[in-house]
Design a protein around this ligand. Sequence first.
Ligand code: TYD
Length: 240
Amino acid sequence: MSVSLVADQNRENVVKRVLIKFNTSILIMPNAQSLKRWKKWGKKGIFICVEGLDGCGKTTQTKLLVRRLRKKGYNVIGTAEPSRGEIGNFIKKYCLHGMKRVSSVVEALLFAADRFEHVEKEVIPALDEGKLVISDRYVYSSLAYQGAGGLDLKWIERINEHAMRPDLAIFIDVEPSIVIQRLKPRKSVMENLETQRKVREVYMKFVENGELVKVNGNKSKGEVADDILRVVLRFLAKAN
Ligand code: TYD
């Protein structure tokens, strides 16, 4: 056997070993950890997320929802992704506010890592205390944005296995051409018509299969807030 062939085989073996190790840890570790998490959580609180295109009014609506639910006496905390933690801040600098988009695989892995910390450090402790947690974006953002970037939705779900499904997920639906008008000047690499159209297509798949509840976001701020509150109160009435 020639020296170069031996070297090639050695390299191949190293790559195989790394891949086997990586895959094994992906397949085994998150499952074992999420099992612990589910047990620890014990489902005392309620977890709701609000999703939508950039510029759909999601952040304003999430804040309004938190305020209105508090007024009604609910023990609510508002949270967001990308999170305020170190990985979330890194994502904002490295992925969102750069000159051009990084690979969708890198985005998906970073958002999944940020979500792991967000769930572990913010969401689960609040749910353990019986709180109502409202998150401005969650796992559906990864499915929609990184799915629109060309990644397999099943793979995105797998790397997010640690992230429990929310009890209720709301999608504020605004036409991509309208959000693009609102998003001037542009703040992030995601804010262009083609991306927003593709993102909406993926979100709509989850509306169609019943995982996301669609709210018409083309009305006035107050009307959209009323509609969202109605959906949430109806859900809470059934959950109690
Ligand atoms: P955004 O809600 O616009 O945050 P902010 O108002 O703080 O700028 O979200 C930032 C961007 O990140 C948005 O374009 C969607 C994108 N994103 C993903 O691509 N994948 C994800 O998993 C998440 C959570 C966000």
